[in-house]
Design a protein around this ligand. Sequence first.
Ligand code: SF4
Length: 109
Amino acid sequence: MKIGIIRCQQTEDMCPGNTDFKIASEGKMAFAETGPCEIVGFVSCGGCPGKRAVSRAKMLVQRGAEAVVIASCISRGNPIGVPCPHFEKMKESIAKGVGPGIKIIDWTH
Ligand code: SF4
C-alpha cells in the first residue's frame, strides 16, 4: 500500500522519523494489517494548531497515498510523552478532507 505520513512539527528537532520509515517498509506495528508500505510523502502538520494538516493530507493523496498516517508523535506523544492536544480534531478534519476512500491510520509505532 502507498501511504503518506504526517508528523508533529514540534518533534522534528528530536526525531527524523527513521522508525516510521523502517516499520512501514517492513509492514510492522501499525502496518501489520496493511503489509509493507511505500511512503509517497513524509510531511509535518505545519505547526500548531495543525490547520495545514488537511491540505497536506490532500497533497499526499494527490501523490498516490491510499492511506494517510498520523504518526505516533502526534497521537501518542513519542518520543517525550506529549501528545498533540489537537489530535482528535486533526484526525477528524483530515478524514473529512480526504474523503471516505482513503484509510486513516492514527499511529505508527
Ligand atoms: S499541532 Fe500538534 S502535531 Fe502539530 S506541531 Fe502542534 S503539537 Fe505538533
